[in-house]
Design a protein around this ligand. Structure first.
Ligand SMILES: *[C@@H]1O[C@H](CO)[C@@H](O)[C@H](O)[C@H]1NC(C)=O
Ligand SMILES: *[C@@H]1O[C@H](CO)[C@@H](O)[C@H](O)[C@H]1NC(C)=O
Ligand SMILES: *[C@@H]1O[C@H](CO)[C@@H](O)[C@H](O)[C@H]1NC(C)=O
Length: 501
């Protein structure tokens, strides 16, 4: 198509879309992101409006230190914050590390117990309200633990091609350098939309979040695999095996986890590009087709695009060779949604690892629910980094790294967390609804070391010599892993003489 034709088509399409698409009209821009306003940096807005250029771009040498007169600092701009607002628990001992709910403070102050000071400077309060443990860290945080969180809300979203077909946003080492072993993608497919037939060098593990898709895959033995995957189900596509994903009429959203930290959605092999990047004479010879059979192949990659509805009857899309189809323990999907969770006081957990889903050789996952006030106990994983995704609610994680550093991060739905191998951590529900999150390990079996169980199975004398804990505490240590523990729903109760649990 000529450029002019393209342009005319685009104009016509835009016209048609604005006429048919019932999107609300954009509101006038309102600068209300919870940011502070001046004076700041010696500028006192609003600046006077000039009708013509005036003044100069630079000052002169009379302003150099030593030349310039010095006014009395007492008469200068004040950095005192008048009437700072504080929230429940903010005055308590910083070592308690209470969860501070900054939502009621406009603006919140980075003070915890005796740590910190009021903040008169430039900032956007909404970030601080979402990240109270970065803004006013627990007094126990120390050292130089790297950043270990990435909200998908900060990812650059890639739109599908065609009209409203879907999108994908990703977390990888480009945005979270510490996450070297795994990367994640949050992908949306509109009704009947496809993720184009493709393959990649990483292994892919996926959890359906919403809706339903059909997945189709062919392996190197010439065996095919087709299945329908529902919310809560999982698939695993080994590196190099070509596959496609198509949404049914309700559309879909799913989470992809790859075993390469630098995986990028923009770096996959695509069937459209494979055809565009080979000589047509070779395609003709390879597929025994006349050259003009390739006249209508896409002129650009499809990526995520709208498709024709898949037949409900899965048998209609089940093509097999003499090698047959992949079945039984080789299956590339697991209908995890139908597995009942293991329930404990404070929440529930279900595990999916190669013991029950053998094809996903090194992917071990736990889907955990933690009730308000409760925690996923302090633990670590012996040999694998952990990739987290928060599906619902709010929670926080403190990561302890050898020998003497720790840092606390706050998470909300859509957030990715990362915990290096062997680093101690917990996940505490800091919200008012159930917290649901996913732990993914690169391990042949899901396992962890529970601090409470470790100490319970260590001779009392040894524990006492090390930690000087009262006998009553040591005697009460659980010999079985609690996994999750209940807690006081009031996370600042300790500040008023209450209890943490
Ligand atoms: C596809 O067909 C094969 C037989 O060729 C069968 O074993 C397999 O179960 C079928 N798969 C589905 C999803 O119907
Ligand atoms: C599903 O499709 C298969 C293969 O085309 C056909 O044999 C079968 O009768 C269909 N089943 C239903 C319920 O329509
Ligand atoms: C939580 O406990 C603190 C300290 O006792 C108390 O001041 C606060 O009102 C409590 N919050 C709620 C929601 O009960």
């Amino acid at each position: 198509m000529h450029q002019l034709q393209k342009l005319l088509l685009a104009v016509a399409l835009a016209h048609w879309q604005s006429a048919t698409l019932a999107l609300p009209r954009p509101l006038p821009q309102i600068a209300d992101f919870g940011e502070n306003s001046g004076p700041v940096g010696g500028v006192a807005p609003p600046v006077p409006t000039a009708t013509a250029a005036r003044g100069g771009l630079r000052g002169d040498s009379s302003l150099l230190g030593g030349n310039a007169p010095l006014p009395d600092p007492a008469n200068s701009d004040s950095a005192v914050v008048p009437d700072p607002q504080f929230v429940n628990g903010q005055g308590a001992d910083a070592k308690l590390g209470l969860y501070l709910d900054f939502n009621s403070a406009d603006p919140p102050q980075p003070i915890r117990g005796e740590n910190g000071a009021t903040n008169p400077g430039p900032r956007t309060y909404n970030y601080e309200k979402l990240n109270p443990d970065l803004y006013a860290p627990p007094g126990t945080d120390a050292g130089d633990m790297p950043n270990l969180m990435w909200p998908m809300g900060l990812s650059h979203n890639r739109a599908g091609t065609g009209r409203n077909s879907g999108f994908a946003r990703q977390q990888n080492t480009a945005v979270l350098p510490a996450a070297v072993a795994m990367a994640g993608v949050d992908m949306r497919l509109a009704p009947h939309a496809y993720r184009e037939l493709h393959w990649h060098t990483a292994n892919e593990w996926a959890l359906m979040l919403k809706g339903c898709v059909r997945v189709i895959l062919v392996d190197d033995e010439g065996r095919s695999f087709v299945d329908d995957v529902y919310a809560g189900d999982v698939w695993f596509f080994p590196a190099g095996l070509p596959h496609s994903i198509q949404a049914f009429e309700e559309g879909a959203e799913f989470l992809l986890v790859f075993d390469q930290g630098d995986f990028t959605e923009d770096g996959t092999f695509l069937v459209s590009e494979l055809f565009l990047r080979n000589p047509v004479s070779v395609l003709s010879k390879d597929l025994r087709a006349p050259v003009d059979a390739f006249n209508d192949i896409p002129k650009d990659q499809l990526y995520i695009f709208n498709g024709t509805p898949a037949p409900k009857n899965i048998s209609e899309q089940n093509a097999t060779s003499s090698a047959g189809s992949v079945t039984g323990s080789g299956s590339f999907t697991y209908h995890w949604s139908r597995q009942k969770p293991f329930e404990v006081p404070g929440g529930s957990v279900k595990i999916l690892d190669p013991l029950t889903f053998p094809v996903a050789k090194m992917f071990s996952a736990a889907l955990v629910t933690v009730q308000p006030g409760a925690i996923r106990e302090v633990h670590w994983h012996t040999s694998s980094d952990e990739w987290n995704f928060f599906l619902q609610g709010a929670g926080r994680i403190t990561v302890y790294g050898a020998p003497a550093s720790s840092r606390t991060f706050d998470f909300t739905a859509g957030g990715v967390g990362y915990v290096p191998a062997a680093a101690g951590h917990y996940v505490e529900n800091t919200g008012t609804e159930d917290l649901i999150f996913l732990e993914v390990l690169q391990a042949s079996k899901f396992s962890d070391i529970s601090v409470a169980q470790w100490l319970a199975l260590t001779p009392k004398q040894v524990v006492k010599d090390h930690l000087h804990l009262p006998d009553s505490v040591i005697d009460g240590l659980p010999r079985e892993k609690p996994i999750i523990l209940t807690g006081n729903k009031n996370l600042t109760a300790l500040a008023g003489g209450g209890s943490a649990f």
